[in-house]
Design a protein. Structure first.
Length: 297
């Protein structure tokens, strides 16, 4: 599974996993039993460690090896002449079968969007564990619902970017790589802009599935910080919700990079205590000169 990579004119980063068997099907009608089986398969995937790979980008071949968990990560130093999407291909060394991935190359000037996924774009019920797990297990990418009135989010993005809609989208989530195919299908079926995903490590087994999407570490903060540092001149619009730690994370990033944060967009969940607990972080953003826009969607 070759995930979407990202980069700029002279370098790019890609990653993926090698599985001994994949077996996941494209989503079709909403059959609860089939959906449950498919989701269970995602958390029973077996990876293949220490396997040599060949990665082809623009006819140039690079070599790498998966780690003990079947993960490969690689920096590609190559000239990408124009911003946009590029193909790359991965194969086990000596095997003719290739698997295609894509790399999104960004410029250093235009604005990018850094967005959360759960309860910002996709209704997930992250703060209601039983409901979250039930929806995760019995629905698929075609039957899960985007947040209502998502056009308000797009309007707020345009307003922070002088009326222009950005082409660079990065999705940073506490969801894990097990859900990568599901998230790609969900975004495409709901016309949500294509982007690059930053997800958590693969999980394995039923209890890991039950804990899907829960915070394990500083994954979101570290991912956002690395992107802001990688694109040294790029400006960002940050989107999230007030149900988790998005405002706390965004205010921490803004401490060092407020001049490059055009604005923060927060989807309000219908519980007053969420706004109260996040007020200190919102006040901090305003003090740093970063405007915050709340959306009741």
């Amino acid at each position: 599974m070759a995930y979407r990579g990202f980069g700029k004119a002279e370098k790019a980063f890609i990653k993926g996993h090698v599985f001994s068997k994949y077996g996941l099907k494209d989503p079709t009608e909403n059959n609860i039993i089939d959906n449950f089986r498919q989701m269970a398969k995602r958390y029973r995937l077996k990876t293949v460690g220490n396997i040599p790979l060949e990665i082809t980008v623009q006819n140039q071949v690079f070599e790498t090896t998966t780690d003990e968990n079947g993960l490969f990560e690689m920096k590609i130093e190559q000239d990408f002449s124009q911003p946009g999407w590029y193909e790359y291909f991965v194969s086990a060394k000596g095997d003719e079968q290739q698997f295609k991935g894509h790399i999104h190359i960004s410029d250093e000037i235009s604005t990018a969007v850094l967005s959360d996924i759960d309860d910002t774009l996709l209704i997930s019920y992250v703060n209601q564990m039983m409901k979250m797990v039930w929806v995760l297990m019995v629905k698929n990418a075609l039957t899960r619902k985007p947040v209502p009135r998502i056009h308000l989010l797009y309007e707020a993005i345009r307003n922070f970017n002088k009326g222009e809609f950005p082409t660079d989208f990065f999705y940073v989530s506490n969801s894990e790589w097990n859900l990568y195919d599901f998230l790609v299908d969900f975004m495409q079926s709901n016309d949500i802009p294509d982007g690059v995903f930053f997800l958590q490590r693969l999980k394995k087994g039923f209890w890991d599935m039950v804990k899907a999407g829960k915070k394990l570490n500083d994954h979101k903060y570290d991912s956002i910080l690395s992107l802001v540092q990688f694109f040294e001149k790029k400006s960002f619009i940050l989107a999230g919700d007030n149900g988790q730690r998005d405002l706390a994370i965004y205010s921490s990033v803004a401490e060092s990079y407020a001049d490059r944060i055009k604005g923060v967009i927060i989807r309000e969940l219908p519980k007053p205590q969420y706004r109260r607990k996040n007020k200190v972080y919102e006040d901090k953003l305003w003090q740093l000169g970063v405007p915050v826009r709340h959306l009741r969607m």
